[in-house]
Write a protein that binds this ligand. Structure first.
Ligand code: SF4
Length: 422
């Protein structure tokens, strides 16, 4: 094994950790691996990344690029070949060494490894797989590993990567085909979706074989994810949400991440430098995504074609309820669980409590408050025992304005500005 020069390594780390920060697809939840004895660490079922910034970015993985050299020229990327930026590349052994050192010192709980493309997709992917393989087999590393798949890499390398990584991600980057063609002409949606299909099929195959052969190897047990950049092209939220919905249904993705474009590069195809980062939009997309995954909303309900952007003034569930007053007020004594979770201010846990508690009680707003409902929002959408005086003075014309004025949404004050991280 070659000796590692730590001064040089620090310089590379500065460049390659900085270059990796724009990839947000690094949540590590749902990875489980027990320490078999003699190995180092383990990954827990609740996820090894316990620290998240408020906008969903995970902060406890060693998150680096193998290299920021790249043969591609994607307009939105600081690593693109035409960008005049300091370049660096780790060797495979350097990434292994860094990961083990950081892990032993408890700085990190896993590795998120992505890369620019040097030489070819296969040449780069081979090195990412090699890092994961050495960590698992030689170093007996049981922490979390998330590998980004490299466009153009072969199916064989993808399948090998999934044997060592907890999670794989395939970043679609730009939500529309036309936007991708404009900003990253070397890529195409079809080419980027092919690895998603491969990973999905292998997950199903391995899951089936593990039913009869318990010792069959695991394959990317925390599943696959993707990332979309919003605000770099002129996509609508409707297109973004529809694509996410397609990914969840078609490829069984665990998560789609949304990254508000940070204008740092001068290019007439992109928003000008200094254009505000669309952080509120990014947050609304995460909320909309949550509604699809946990609240039974279809993409077509969250954003409708005649108004294809999310309402930035309120969260998508409240916006849907305001648009669809015909479904309200909901009688919480008799309504289905599916309808109760659609009431603004009532989450899935509170909805389950309501279903249990209403067997024994006529529920009031006070009861709902104790169960965890945000009554300041819910009170405009429910029918409880007795008269709901909050509804009496509301009309079709004043409803939206009144409810928004009375509802303190978390991001209301950040409507036009940058959202604070902490
Ligand atoms: S292929 Fe990846 S690293 Fe290279 S320019 Fe495009 S987005 Fe950046």
């Amino acid at each position: 094994m070659a000796t590692i020069n730590y001064d040089r390594l620090q310089g590379k780390l500065n460049i390659l950790a900085d270059a990796a920060k724009y990839d947000v697809s690094c949540s590590s939840s749902a990875g489980t691996r027990k320490n078999q004895g003699g190995g180092l660490g383990d990954a827990s079922a609740t996820g090894i990344c316990h620290s998240y910034t408020e906008d969903g970015r995970c902060v406890s993985l060693l998150k680096i690029l193998l290299t920021n050299h790249c043969i591609y020229d994607c307009a939105y990327c600081t690593s693109r070949k035409s960008n005049d930026t300091p370049r660096a590349a780790f060797t495979v052994e350097e990434v292994v060494d860094l990961t083990m050192q950081f892990y032993r010192r408890n700085y990190i709980e896993g590795l998120f490894l992505s890369s620019g493309i040097f030489k070819s997709g296969d040449y780069t992917m081979e090195r990412l797989v090699e890092v994961a393989k050495i960590l698992r087999t030689r170093e007996r590393f049981n922490g979390y590993i998330h590998l980004k798949t490299i466009p153009g890499a072969s199916k064989e390398l993808l399948l090998e990567a999934g044997l060592y990584a907890d999670r794989l991600s395939v970043n679609i980057e730009i939500p529309t085909k036309s936007g991708l063609a404009l900003l990253a002409p070397e890529k195409s949606h079809d080419e980027l979706k092919a690895p998603m299909e491969t990973v999905k099929e292998e997950i199903i195959t391995i899951r089936e074989s593990r039913k009869t052969h318990k010792k069959a190897p695991k394959f990317t047990p925390a599943g696959q994810t993707s990332q979309m950049i919003v605000g770099a092209s002129n996509e609508t939220d409707l297109q973004v949400i529809q694509l996410s919905s397609h990914f969840y249904k078609q490829y069984d993705l665990k998560r789609v991440y949304y990254s508000g474009y940070v204008p740092m590069l001068s290019d007439n195809r992109l928003p000008a430098i200094g254009t505000p980062v669309p952080m509120v939009r990014e947050n609304r997309l995460y909320q909309a995504d949550w509604l699809m995954r946990f609240y039974g909303f279809g993409a077509h309900e969250i954003v409708e074609p005649d108004s294809p952007f999310l309402d930035l003034d309120c969260d998508p569930k409240l916006a849907w309820a305001i648009r669809h007053r015909e479904h309200f007020p909901v009688n919480i004594q008799t309504a289905s669980y599916e309808m109760i979770v659609r009431i603004p201010g009532i989450g899935t846990r509170t909805a389950r409590k309501i279903i249990k508690a209403r067997k024994f009680n006529q529920l009031t707003l006070e009861h709902l408050k104790k169960m965890g409902a945000a009554v300041n929002r819910a009170k405009y959408f429910i029918a409880t025992t007795g008269k709901n005086e909050h509804l009496s003075h509301l009309t079709r014309n004043n409803f939206r304005q009144y409810v928004l004025a009375q509802t303190q949404t978390k991001y209301k004050d950040q409507r036009s500005g940058q959202m604070a991280l902490f």
